[in-house]
Design a protein around this ligand. Structure first.
Ligand SMILES: O=C(O)CCC(=O)C(=O)O
Ligand SMILES: [Fe+2]
Length: 504
């Protein structure tokens, strides 16, 4: 799968580069062949002209050498020079074989990949309120990029969104496609053909959205100009069934908070106590005496802290080199009965690193010294890379039920390194705590997922917002509660009451 990570999209850039080169040389060799045919044909034509201008045809063919040449041409030359190469076309066979090898070796995206990328775009529009016309103009979240779309691309997005049953968004893209097409420099006849196709789709989308009148009007516009258009069948099809209902989209309960925080907007809050301030901490462990921890507390109870400057670019480079040697796979989530399944709620690719290499040993030390936990309870580090519109919808990191057998105790804490900056989007948000965190390369975020009582802390629901522009990379280390009873002991009374009222 390519679209779910920016890293694997890079392979596709190479695929296109190779296709480009192969196609160019294919065209050149075909051009040479065509030039050859043309020269041959011209030569014969000249011979015919000469024959008929000089002599009558029967006199011409009465000449034994002429007769011989005509027969030789027909029996030998046409066959060997023209028919055979046209039918066999070695260059084409070679090109075909090359494309086959290319897609086998590097992979080639299919329809579902295109849909994945377009779903990602639609997700970005929804979460960040990005207007369709802005995107088409290459403006993303108010920032202009030099990548405006052509009418055909907008049309393609509209068609795919229709197939995904996203009729409202589909219609918006079709409308933009129509405007772009009508202002393009195509000939009227050419444009009319495409205008009709766009209107046909727009008609179907309107029908699904419960606007049968509008749907009919659009079809009539098409059929008035082109009575034989396939809109004829569409009309019959639409008449054979009930129009869709104009239902208001229902979003999950967390959606409003999620989008607001993803956009970097907090809900105004009553001030409670002193504002949180950054501080240096050189006392947590001897390791930090010379280079104190740069702590940015972002929430108290449950405590969420960002530790800045924990990994240098060099460290991060070594982590990537280690991860590159492993296969990245599409991230799954725990489904019913604990089975792992791939879902759109998590669009990224990941791999796991143990703590054996020098760089991972120092990562392990950092986690141990900052958290105070025993690394015996740590999972391997999960390195993840998000793709177009890649996200991880609100979730807790604990299992609560269906805890895999290999773990002793649930995930007591999360330590997440940001391994990249992100140009736009990709914040980590805590939807119940009014907290958003823009990724900062080299920083580490840490929080507890369990109360001291080891009951799950429902307040820790969090998410990775869709990446708008850039490639987001993170490294997650989850610590389990086994081995930690002396590191984070429980209190005399249970603190699990704090989660009451935070469950959906
Ligand atoms: O990408 C993020 O910011 C959050 C990721 C996350 O919550 C997870 O991987 O469990
Ligand atoms: Fe998480």
């Amino acid at each position: 799968e390519f679209y779910s990570s920016v890293d694997s999209m890079q392979d596709l850039a190479q695929v296109e580069e190779e296709l480009l080169n192969a196609t160019r040389s294919y065209l050149e060799s075909q051009q040479k062949q065509l030039d050859f045919y043309r020269r041959y044909v011209e030569q014969i034509k000249r011979e015919h002209e000469w024959a008929t201008s000089q002599l009558k045809l029967d006199e011409y063919l009465g000449h034994p050498l002429h007769a011989f040449r005509l027969l030789k041409r027909l029996v030998r030359d046409w066959d060997a020079l023209i028919f055979e190469p046209i039918v066999a076309n070695d260059a084409r066979e070679k090109f075909r074989a090359f494309v086959e090898v290319l897609s086998r070796d590097l992979g080639y995206p299919d329809q579902s990949e295109l849909q994945g990328a377009i779903k990602g775009l639609a997700r970005l529009q929804k979460v960040y309120n990005l207007p369709t016309s802005d995107l088409a103009d290459g403006i993303i979240n108010g920032f202009p990029y030099e990548s405006d779309l052509q009418w055909r691309e907008c049309y393609e997005i509209g068609v795919q969104l229709f197939d995904l049953k996203e009729y409202k968004k589909s219609l918006e893209w079709l409308q933009v496609a129509l405007i772009l097409l009508q202002s393009s420099s195509r000939t009227e006849k050419d444009a009319n053909h495409y205008v009709a196709d766009i209107r046909e789709y727009a008609s179907m989308a309107n029908y699904e959205l419960g606007n049968p009148k509008k749907a009919r009007r659009l079809l009539n516009q098409v059929l008035d100009k082109q009575p034989k258009h396939s809109a004829q069948q569409t009309r019959k099809y639409l008449e054979s069934r009930e129009p869709g209902k104009n239902v208001r989209e229902t979003n999950p309960s967390w959606f409003a908070n999620y989008t607001r925080l993803c956009q970097g907007r907090r809900l105004p809050e009553e001030r409670s106590g002193d504002p949180l301030k950054c501080y240096l901490d050189g006392k947590r462990h001897a390791y930090f005496i010379l280079a104190p921890l740069q702590v940015e507390p972002v929430h108290l109870d449950p405590d969420i802290n960002v530790y800045h400057g924990m990994l240098s670019s060099k460290h991060i480079q070594s982590i990537f080199e280690e991860a590159d040697k492993k296969e990245m796979v599409r991230s799954a989530v725990a489904g019913d009965g604990g089975a792992r399944t791939v879902k759109d709620l998590r669009v990224s690719q990941q791999t796991w690193l143990d703590y054996k290499s020098p760089v991972m040993k120092s990562v392990g030390r950092i986690i141990e010294f900052v958290s105070g936990f025993d690394m015996a309870g740590a999972e391997f580090m999960q390195v993840a890379n998000y793709g177009v519109g890649g996200q991880y919808e609100p979730h807790p990191d604990y299992f609560e039920v269906n805890l895999p057998e290999e773990f002793i105790g649930d995930r007591i804490s999360t330590s997440m390194f940001y391994l990249s900056d992100v140009e736009q989007g990709g914040y980590t948000v805590f939807t119940k705590l009014n907290v958003f965190l823009p990724p900062v390369k080299g920083a580490l975020v840490m929080w507890h997922n369990l109360h001291r009582s080891l009951d799950v802390d429902a307040r820790t629901l969090h998410a990775g917002c869709p990446v708008i522009v850039g490639s987001k990379r993170i490294g997650n280390i989850w610590m389990h509660s086994g081995y930690q009873e002396f590191r984070r002991p429980c209190g005399l009374t249970s603190d699990s009451y704090k989660s009451v009222g935070y469950r959906d």
